[in-house]
Write a protein that binds this ligand. Structure first.
Ligand code: PMP
Length: 404
């Protein structure tokens, strides 16, 4: 069970007025708010142990290194990776996908195929287009249907021995659809293709088990799971991380450097060139611990309640259409109101203290499918309430009245 009053007290940012009104923060899909334990942990790191890691023999450097590595272990346990060196610290989802896509340059030939879906964030499209341009491989797209689901019969048809990697999101940021990734992974493995899962929108809502999923790569961002910006995770199966070349060259990722030849460090350091976001890495562990204390089962059940409640209320508004109507859906509602530009609603409700995202949500192919410029997206977190949804729905009605 969620003790909502206790949880809200953990998030100082929620308790404020924006434009003279109590803040209602429904832009969690873009970034999550931070609990006090996370804010305190950042301050504590800089007040007490700030130091470079993996380098000095001095005490502070060791304390910082220990804290950084302890966080890696926390994340390993959280996603159930087999080894802690399969957990690579990155700057975020975007970096993780680029690292893998770049690494595949050496593994693909002309005529090979790279598969993404119509439901992807631009971060999970553009790096693969770079890869295709470099190698002559072909980008193949799994289509979607009116409900915002992947058309699995088409996936089956498109998958072949030419497919070398399939990159799909676990949950769509624009529509909230939860994709059947276990089935995708199994079938892709059946033709010998690797699978990368973009978990940016899934990790705030559920605990992925990378061994049960059997995915080859799983990427996510710290800032969407109540951690800081500028840090993220790339999980990769050990054998794949051995196969991929390093992404960036520099300090920390080497075994030995001579002008004739450089050899690389072991995993995970091979992929962690330069001084990383040390505080971000450490505090990501704090954020994951915080979420696990609340419990992902509790989070999922509560968010489902919020989703059902908001969906029912919004659908009572005349002319309102929700995009993304799959039964397997996270707490995201993307919608438009007939005859009104999404941006206009977003602007008016901002004046009423409500934060939502409007636009194409970095998923233009979805907008092209529905032939719309964008949507209004309300994305709920475990610290939101039904009272906030009531305020939001009234504000949307008011905006509709003003704009028609
Ligand atoms: N993929 C998805 C599904 C996302 O929602 C996002 C963030 N909106 C990203 C990738 C990119 O994440 P980041 O900007 O943190 O790298």
């Amino acid at each position: 069970m969620i003790d909502i009053q206790k949880i809200r007290a953990d998030f100082p940012i929620l308790n404020q007025k924006v434009n003279g009104k109590q803040l209602v923060y429904f832009d969690n899909g873009a970034t999550a708010q931070k609990p006090q334990v996370v804010i305190d942990a950042i301050s504590r790191y800089y007040s007490e142990i700030n130091s470079n890691i993996h380098r000095g023999v001095h005490t502070l450097s060791q304390l910082a290194t220990d804290a950084y590595e302890a966080s890696r272990n926390t994340i390993q346990k959280h996603i159930n990776a087999k080894h802690n060196h399969e957990v690579i610290f990155t700057s975020g989802t975007t970096f993780g996908i680029n690292l893998v896509a770049n690494g595949f340059t050496a593994l693909l030939n002309e005529g090979d195929e790279v598969m993404v879906s119509n439901l992807e964030h631009h971060s999970n499209i553009v790096p693969w287009q770079f890869l295709c341009e470099k190698t002559g491989a072909k980008l193949v797209v799994i289509p979607m249907n009116e409900k915002g689901e992947l058309v699995m019969a088409e996936f089956d048809r498109l998958l072949s021995s030419k497919t070398k990697i399939v990159a799909v999101n676990h949950i769509s940021n624009a529509l909230g659809t939860i994709n059947p990734i276990k089935e995708i992974i199994e079938k892709a493995h059946g033709v010998g293709a690797a699978v990368l899962i973009d978990g940016a929108q899934a990790t705030p809502h559920l605990k992925p088990d990378v061994q049960v999923l059997d995915c080859d790569f799983y990427v996510f961002s710290g800032h969407k799971v109540c951690g800081p910006t500028g840090v993220g995770i790339l999980y990769g199966k050990e054998e794949w991380l051995h196969k991929l070349p390093p992404y960036q060259g520099g300090g920390e990722m080497i075994a030995e450097v001579t002008f004739e030849k450089t050899t690389y460090a072991d995993l995970p350091h091979k992929f962690e060139a330069g001084t990383p976001n040390i505080v971000g890495g450490i505090v990501l562990g704090t954020a994951i611990d915080y979420l696990n204390e609340i419990g992902f089962d509790n989070i999922a059940a509560y968010e489902q309640e919020l989703l059902d409640y908001a969906t029912e209320k919004l659908l009572q508004i005349e002319g309102l259409r929700i995009y993304g109507t799959s039964e397997n859906k996270a707490s995201v509602i993307s919608f438009n109101i007939e005859g009104i530009h999404p941006y206009d609603i977003g602007t008016i409700i901002d004046k009423l203290g409500i934060a939502v995202r409007t636009g194409h949500h970095c998923a233009q192919p979805i907008m092209q499918y529905f032939n719309i410029p964008g949507t209004i997206r309300a994305s709920f977190a475990f610290y939101n309430t039904k009272e906030e949804i009531d305020i939001f729905v009234e504000a949307v009605k008011k905006a509709q009245m003003m704009l028609t």
